[in-house]
Structures are given as C-alpha cells and as structure tokens.
Design a protein around this ligand. Structure first.
Ligand SMILES: NC(=O)C1=CN([C@@H]2O[C@H](COP(=O)(O)OP(=O)(O)OC[C@H]3O[C@@H](n4cnc5c(N)ncnc54)[C@H](OP(=O)(O)O)[C@@H]3O)[C@@H](O)[C@H]2O)C=CC1
Ligand SMILES: O=C(CO)COP(=O)(O)O
Length: 343
C-alpha cells in the first residue's frame, strides 16, 4: 500500500471521523478548521468535544487553521464542510490546487440558489480537476468506534474511484465504487429530507408503520426526481440510496432525524437548530428538492409536505393528514400507466 497525504477541510464530526479513519491506514493527515479556539481546545484536550466527544484525536494528525498550508502538496483534498460552504472553501484554495490533486466530497446536499450538485460546483470552479464523492450509510459516531461500515465512492473516472477506494478501504470500512456521480450525490442529499420527515413522524408519536411508509414512498420520490435529473435508477437501490435512507431514518445519531423529532414535538426551527448544534442539511435540501420537483415537474408529495411544515408554517399533523388523504393511487404508477401492460 502506498501512503498518501490528505487535507481534510472541516473538523466537524464527519471530517474528524474520516481523518481518524485515514490516519489509521497510515496516510498523513492535515485536518483544517477555521477557528483558533477549536484548534487550541483539541491540542489541549486531544478531543473534539463539540462535534465528536469521547474520541481521542491521535497526535500524529496535523491540526491547522492555515488552509493553504493544509492543502499544499497533498494527494487528496477531502471536503467535509456543510454543502452551502463548499464553494467558499474551494474558492479560497483554488489558486493553490495542482492538477493532480483529487478532490473528494463528503458533504450531502445541493447548493441552494444554483441547484447544483457538489460535483457541478467543482466543475465550475476547478474544471478538469479529478473528482470523487464518498457517500453511504455511515455515521461518524460509529465509524470512529470501528463498527462495520460500508460506503460508496463515485467518480466519472474509474481509476480515480479506485484510487480513493484504496485510500479508505479497511477491514471495518468497506468501500465500493460506482460511476453514477449524479445518483450517488442525489441519493445522499435527498435522503436527508425524508429522514427529517421520519423524525417528525416519531416526534408526533407515530410508530414503525409510519416510518416504513415514509422510507418506502420516500425512496420512490427520490428515485423519480433522480431519474429525471440523469441518475441511474439502480443507484437508488444501493448504499447511497436506500442504504443511507435506512440508517438516517432509524438512527439516533442522525442529526436530520433528531431535528425532525424536535419539530414534531412542537419546537420551533430556531430552538431545534440550537439544540442540535450541528449541520442539519435536510432543512436547506427540502427547499431545493421542492424547487427541483417543480422545475422537473415531478410529483414529490412527502417533500412538499415537509417543505410546507418548514417554510409555510403548516402544522405537522395537518401535513400527515394531507399525505394520507391524497387521491387514491396505484403503488407502481409508472408500471400501471404503461399501456403495454394489460391490467
Ligand atoms: N456526521 C456524519 O456522521 C456525517 C456527515 N456527513 C455530511 O458531512 C457534512 C458535514 O457534516 P458534519 O461533519 O456532520 O457537520 P458538523 O456540524 O459536525 O461540522 C460542520 C463543520 O463545518 C465547519 N464549517 C461550518 N461553516 C464553515 C465555513 N463557512 N467555512 C469553513 N468551515 C465551516 C464547522 O466549523 P465551525 O465549528 O467553525 O462552525 C464544522 O467544523 C454534511 O454535509 C453532512 O451531511 C456525511 C456522512 C456522515
Ligand atoms: O449521512 C449521514 C449518515 O450516512 C449523516 O446523517 P445526519 O446528517 O442526519 O446525521
């Protein structure tokens, strides 16, 4: 195995967990954070108390607040800042990036105003730069405790995907590859909307039936939009699709689900965000997904109701009633609408 050097940009829970994962494989890690107080605290306590408490940060991970120093001469740049901050971070390092440095995105979202996926932001800012995305069911809290985890790396170029696969793969962190960048990025972003909804249902006191319904009908609307946006349908049955949807809708580690639970219990969005204290991507992605559904003329009833709760003050109970009392449907509308099928 060749050891490489990696700049991890963002020392939240995911950036910290992936730094530890790569460090355990012998790669040299520069972990960048923007705040000096956070740097001082980690140096002093050997812990990232705010984002990943109770986990020792190995002293051979190089911690820095100098982003240019962090990315200089590295083989791979791993983006672990929230989606809406990716462009600003990329702009700040753009003049210092060399053509061979591989950008790997680990954030799960879509840019708010442009509606661009992260690969498309990178393409705009750094055309021709080798790019991959890492996604799949993987909570930081379990990854750092070496609990078995599977993820997928998507890249247009097979050798880039395989390079990144080799960088990460270990006996507890199994990595697959996939050429469908759009499908992997969209699955990772859109599952957060449904997980937020599953949280709302839990917060309202509903049970496993409601959660299973949201997951099953949710993956269907994700796939419908994904297909219209050029993704491969099969990807939504994979780790970055149904796999990540399952983990996020069922885990108490999920920030999106936990935020939904608080909303379902009647807390305001402001109180909810304060209580979670970490990025809740699904809140922005709900708005983007709602707008994309209109743009592509795709029916996304669950997304629409979550949008109404978040942005139009709809009472979550009314949103549930709206979903349950829609006009009756076939389960597989696309199949039944096919006139070649006699049913
Ligand atoms: N946590 C997880 O288990 C997983 C998360 N992800 C994805 O990874 C991404 C990051 O999530 P996560 O680590 O959980 O988030 P956290 O809330 O734990 O951390 C966010 C990090 O981003 C930093 N940050 C925020 N704004 C800026 C900015 N303008 N410039 C630079 N840095 C900034 C924060 O720094 P500061 O403290 O200074 O604000 C913090 O270090 C999300 O897209 C999430 O969906 C994907 C898989 C698993
Ligand atoms: O994407 C994730 C797990 O795969 C993390 O989800 P949350 O942001 O909801 O915690």
């Amino acid at each position: 195995m060749n050891y490489s050097s990696v700049a991890v940009l963002g020392a939240g829970s995911w950036g910290t967990a992936l730094s530890l994962e790569l460090n355990s494989k012998g790669h040299r890690i520069n972990l960048w954070m923007r705040r000096k107080e956070q740097l001082d605290e980690i140096i002093k306590t050997k812990n990232n108390e705010k984002y990943l408490p109770g986990v020792d940060i190995p002293t051979n991970i190089n911690l820095t607040i100098d982003i240019i120093e962090a990315v200089k001469d590295t083989d791979m740049i791993l983006l672990t800042v929230p989606t809406q901050k990716v462009r600003e971070v990329i702009k700040s390092i753009k003049p210092y990036i060399k053509p061979q440095q591989v950008i790997v995105n680990a954030a799960k979202g879509i840019e708010q105003n442009s509606h661009l996926r992260i690969s498309q932001i990178i393409e705009e800012e750094l055309p021709q730069q080798p790019y991959a995305v890492i996604s799949g069911p993987s909570h930081a809290e379990e990854v750092v405790r070496n609990m078995p985890t599977t993820v997928v790396i998507a890249s247009k170029e097979r050798e880039i995907a395989e390079f990144v696969q080799d960088m990460f793969i270990s006996s507890t962190f199994r990595v697959y590859t996939n050429p469908d960048v759009a499908g992997v990025e969209l699955g990772g972003a859109l599952k957060n909307v449904i997980a937020f909804g599953a949280g709302i249902a839990d917060g309202l006191g509903f049970g496993d039936n409601a959660r299973a319904a949201l997951m099953t009908r949710g993956i269907r609307e994700i796939a419908r939009l994904g297909k219209a946006m050029g993704a491969d349908l099969a990807t939504f049955a994979g780790l970055s699709g149904i796999g990540d949807l399952i983990v996020t809708c069922t885990s108490m580690h999920s920030r999106n689900r936990r935020a939904g639970i608080l909303i379902g219990k009647g807390k305001s969005l402001e109180e909810t965000l304060k209580e979670i204290g970490m990025v809740v991507e699904g809140i922005t992605t709900t708005k983007v997904a709602y707008e994309l559904a209109q743009e592509y003329n795709i029916e996304m009833p669950i997304t629409k109701e979550i949008y109404n709760v978040l942005y139009k003050d709809t009472d979550p109970r009314d949103a549930v009633t709206n979903l349950m009392t829609r006009s009756k449907k076939h389960e597989m509308e696309e199949i039944v609408d096919d006139s070649s099928i006699n049913w």
